[in-house]
Design a protein around this ligand. Structure first.
Ligand code: PEP
Ligand code: MG
Length: 898
């Protein structure tokens, strides 16, 4: 018989899949003996069963009733008991944190009778009616579907009527009147009465939380965070404790260390005389925990002790929600806290130093994505100019964009390609699409734990919040800075999420401290902690990884930078990039050549230029392999645009002039070479086989560069790579030519020039016949860009912009297969080619040089698939090093995946 309900005394953190993050951690804290208000958890399994069938699974309510009875017995009073009601909170809690994306309903158990009992036992009539008002409002909107704005309007009307600005100035009888107004609103809009039965309230609240798993914002958040749609949420039912019972009560959020920088020390926000939701909503500005230490030293000391227990137990930064009810401290939630990339690195290093985690665990706790974030540019401190506002540095980074004041505009303008900064007084979960679309989020209210801050940090989005001196007028679409400067919608601002500052206009960017370190510097004093932590993580990764990392580089400068960033060779040098600019003319001459002699002349002119390029790259990577790919793209890419030429000729003719003869020649060449599907046409190895002299010229340039470097005392290790091979015979023909030319070069130079010849595997046929191809190939390099394109039949230049967002929306795939390798399809071809290639040639070197070589998830796949190296752009090299190290630990450390 399946069990759907667990008491907090029964679960534990290892049951997060079943009890959700919140539920499993409440159970863990209960087991640790921390003061957790008692309660129980309905499992994610119950939620899944409900969502699948539309009705609660059999036996669920019997189990809930049994747990409720036990809770009532321990409390010594009944749910909603008229003279002294037990009240409950009903909260969502999925396996992975989805802050504010699902529903919560508080004060379950209040009705027209028990509100009077609560008033009497709490000694607070106003408090009791305010709690009832909150329940009717939350229940009315969440469970009964009444627009929450209707309640807000009634509340505002009541405040107007009484001439007060703040809720706190409404009296008990005002609130009682408001409850009646709300109930009437519900009756008018739904035809139903607000349920007076506590049991019915509980049941309907639970089901509403189940349903909120499929709410629009929850779905959007999951897509963005790559959380599976079929996990479901658990529901936690817990005895209410109240932070809004007067000056000796309050609610707060604490982090065991600073989640922005990773520095030690209890850190957080506290709001006296308030419920927890008020802190997270960022509606009133909070005070720091040091203020709590002054207000209530005893509770503060207890909080400190509990947070230390938690950090030692979890061996990680924890975040905590707590409530103080008339001087008694209650722990309402804990979890391993979200943190910025900087904090992740610093924390990992410090926890390892403290002996709480091993160096390998420290490596597992950081990520390539985080490292990439630390490599983003920062604002140039010497060029920032006047500060418009200062606020809480909630999520670091530098962003420049046009100011917008609502989600709809943020989404619309971003979709049109504009960079925008979303400015709000505070954000709510409904602002999620706008936050995703924006470069940065700026709010005038709320602390480091407000919705804006938590969500932005989770997404790695720049955020400054609580910039109190800003007067944000969303209606008029403008904000006013303290000095009176008015910033209208559309004006550009620069937001520094690391310093918590906002500047008018665009501020120029400079390299980050981590980039300066990778480039060979030490980084500035202020950034020493994070730079050292990154250095340690990278050196651990280098020590444990099996995958080698090379770079895709086409210039000596890129090759040299890649080497500084830790690349051990060039995995892809795209020679076509050397034919651009001035040199395009020479390629044009080669294409237009009417005779062999003309073509040979054009090729002869290209040869020394190519040789110079190769020499520079071989020098920058001296002693390390440099994989040079023969020309790949269709030749028409080197010719002018068809329409431009046609227009030029037609215009000349219209003027009665003779069109330029060269233009006419070019147009006829363009017409001749026109292809319906150029990516599937005359390109790659096919070019080499049909354009006479092309392979010979390129191989000669490579060979002569190698000879030159050898004679200069260098250690050049050029490898020649043939693109788009589909059959072993193509490779054989090219290889024969390579051998002939290199023999020629060796004879002429008086040194032996020997370059391994290999192929890209970027067509399904190449993967499927890899065993045959390996007879001729001394190495393989997976061109996963083309392999993805040809496996899926996707034109990579078209599909991403055209319909990928629809595919992502419909869940065909969670992430573009051009970004993260499609393991089920393309990945199988890769594995097959590895196995069959090595069966033919056991010492075959195998790498990857498609974009996936720098993508963290794909790097893990390539590690498992047994590749020798990944090759990626120079800036991704440190990311790939780190992830290759983490991949090597997988299975030993078991990093959790979604
Ligand atoms: C590839 O196809 O993965 C590749 C590296 O080649 P290109 O992107 O240049 O076609
Ligand atoms: Mg390719």
């Amino acid at each position: 018989m399946v069990r759907y309900v667990y008491d907090f005394t029964e679960g534990g953190r290892d049951l997060a899949g079943l009890l959700g993050g919140k539920g499993s951690n409440l159970a863990e804290m209960t087991r640790l003996g921390l003061p957790v208000p008692p309660g129980f958890t309905l499992t994610t399994e119950a939620c899944r069963a409900f969502l699948a069938t539309g009705s609660e699974p059999a036996g669920l309510w019997e189990e809930v009733s049994a747990h409720l009875s036990a809770l009532e017995a321990s409390a010594g009073r009944l749910l909603g008991q008229p003279d002294d009601p037990l009240l409950l909170s009903v909260r969502s809690g999925a396996k992975f944190s989805m802050p504010g994306m699902m529903e919560t309903i508080l004060d379950i158990g209040l009705n027209d009778d028990s509100v009077l009992g609560l008033a009497k036992v709490s000694g607070g009539e106003r408090f009791a009616w305010d709690s009832y008002r909150r329940l009717v409002q939350m229940f009315g909107s969440t469970v009964m579907g009444v627009d929450s704005a209707s309640f807000e309007r009634s509340l505002a009307a009541m405040k107007d009527l009484r001439g007060v600005r703040d809720d706190v100035h409404l009296t008990a009888s005002d609130l009682a009147e408001l409850v009646e107004t709300y109930k009437e609103l519900i009756r008018l809009e739904t035809g139903e009465h607000f349920p007076q039965s506590p049991a019915e309230q509980l049941r309907r609240a639970v089901l509403a939380v189940f349903e909120s798993w499929n709410g629009e914002r929850a779905r959007l958040y999951r897509r963005r965070e790559h959380i599976a749609d079929d996990l479901g949420t658990a529901v936690n039912v817990q005895r209410m404790v109240f932070g809004n019972l007067g000056a000796d009560s309050g609610s707060g959020v604490a982090f065991t260390r600073d989640p922005a920088t990773g520095r030690p020390g209890l850190y957080g926000d506290y709001l006296p005389d308030a419920q927890g939701e008020d802190v997270v909503a960022g509606i009133r500005n909070t005070v720091s925990l040091s203020e709590l230490a002054r207000l209530d030293p005893e509770s503060y000391a207890r909080l400190r002790a509990h947070t230390e227990t938690l950090e030692r137990h979890y061996r990680d930064l924890c975040d905590i929600e707590f409530t103080i009810e008339r001087g008694t401290l209650w722990m309402l939630q804990t979890r391993v806290g979200k943190r910025t990339a900087e904090a992740a690195f610093v924390l990992a290093a410090e926890l390892a130093d403290e002996g709480l985690i091993t160096p390998d665990e420290a490596l597992a706790r950081v990520s390539g994505e985080g490292l990439a974030r630390l490599m983003f540019p920062r604002f140039d401190a010497s060029a920032t100019g006047a500060v418009l506002a200062r606020g809480v540095p909630a999520s670091p980074g530098a962003a420049v964009g046009a100011v917008v004041f609502d989600t709809t505009r943020a989404v619309r303008r971003a979709a049109a390609g504009e960079k925008v900064v979303l400015v709000r007084q505070e954000t709510t979960p409904d602002d999620l699409p706008g936050m995703i679309a924006a470069q940065a989020v700026l709010t005038s209210r709320g602390g480091k734990t407000s919705h804006a801050a938590v969500v932005a940090r989770g997404m790695g989005k720049v955020c400054v919040c609580g910039a109190e001196e800003l007067a944000v007028d969303t209606g008029a679409r403008r904000f006013t800075a303290a000095d009176g400067t008015v910033v209208e919608e559309g004006a550009v601002v620069s937001v520094d999420g690391s310093a918590g500052a906002v500047y008018a206009g665009p501020v120029p960017l400079v390299d980050s401290a981590v980039i300066r370190y990778l480039e060979g510097g030490r980084g500035d004093e202020g950034a020493r902690g994070v730079v050292d932590a990154v250095a340690r993580a990278l050196s651990r990764a280098d020590a444990v990884r099996r995958l080698e990392v090379r770079a895709n580089a086409d210039t000596p400068e890129d090759a040299a930078r890649a080497r500084r960033f830790g690349a051990r060779g060039v995995g892809l040098c795209r020679t076509e990039h050397m034919f651009l600019g001035e040199r395009r003319k020479l390629v044009e001459q080669m294409i237009l050549a009417g005779t062999d002699a003309e073509r040979d002349r054009a090729l002869a002119d290209l040869l020394p230029l190519q040789r110079r390029d190769f020499t520079g790259i071989l020098e920058a990577m001296d002693g390390l392999p440099v994989t040079i790919r023969l020309l790949d793209p269709p030749l028409h890419e080197f010719l002018p645009d068809h329409t431009d030429l046609a227009v030029r000729i037609a215009a000349a003719e219209a003027r009665g002039e003779e069109p330029d003869a060269h233009d006419v020649d070019l147009l006829s060449a363009v017409n001749r070479m026109h292809e319906e599907n150029p990516m599937l046409g005359l390109r790659g190895v096919r070019l080499g086989l049909v354009v006479p002299g092309l392979v010979a010229m390129q191989v000669r340039a490579i060979g002569e560069a190698v000879a030159g470097r050898l004679l200069a005392g260098g250690a050049p290790r050029a490898e020649i790579m043939v693109p788009l091979v589909g059959d072993v015979r193509e490779l054989r023909l090219v290889r024969e030519e390579v051998r002939r030319v290199l023999a020629d070069v060796s004879r002429a130079a008086g040194v032996t020039v020997d370059c391994p010849v290999g192929t890209m595997i970027e067509l399904p046929r190449a993967a499927l016949t890899a065993g045959r191809i390996a007879e001729e190939a001394e190495f393989f390099s997976f061109g996963t860009n083309d392999l993805t394109q040809t496996t899926w039949g996707f034109s990579r230049d078209d599909v991403e912009a055209e319909f990928f967002s629809a595919y992502l929306d419909k869940g065909v795939f969670p992430v573009s297969p051009f970004e993260t390798l499609d393991r089920d399809g393309v990945g199988r071809l890769v594995s097959l080619a590895v196995a069959e290639g090595r069966a033919t040639r056991p010492d075959l070197t195998i790498g990857v040089c498609g974009e996936h070589g720098g993508d963290p998830d794909s790097v893990h796949f390539f590690h498992t698939a047994g590749l020798d190296y990944v090759s990626c752009s120079p800036f991704r090299v440190p990311v790939a090093r780190l992830e290759a190290g983490r991949a090597a630990l997988e299975g030993t450390e078991g990093s959790e995946s979604r």
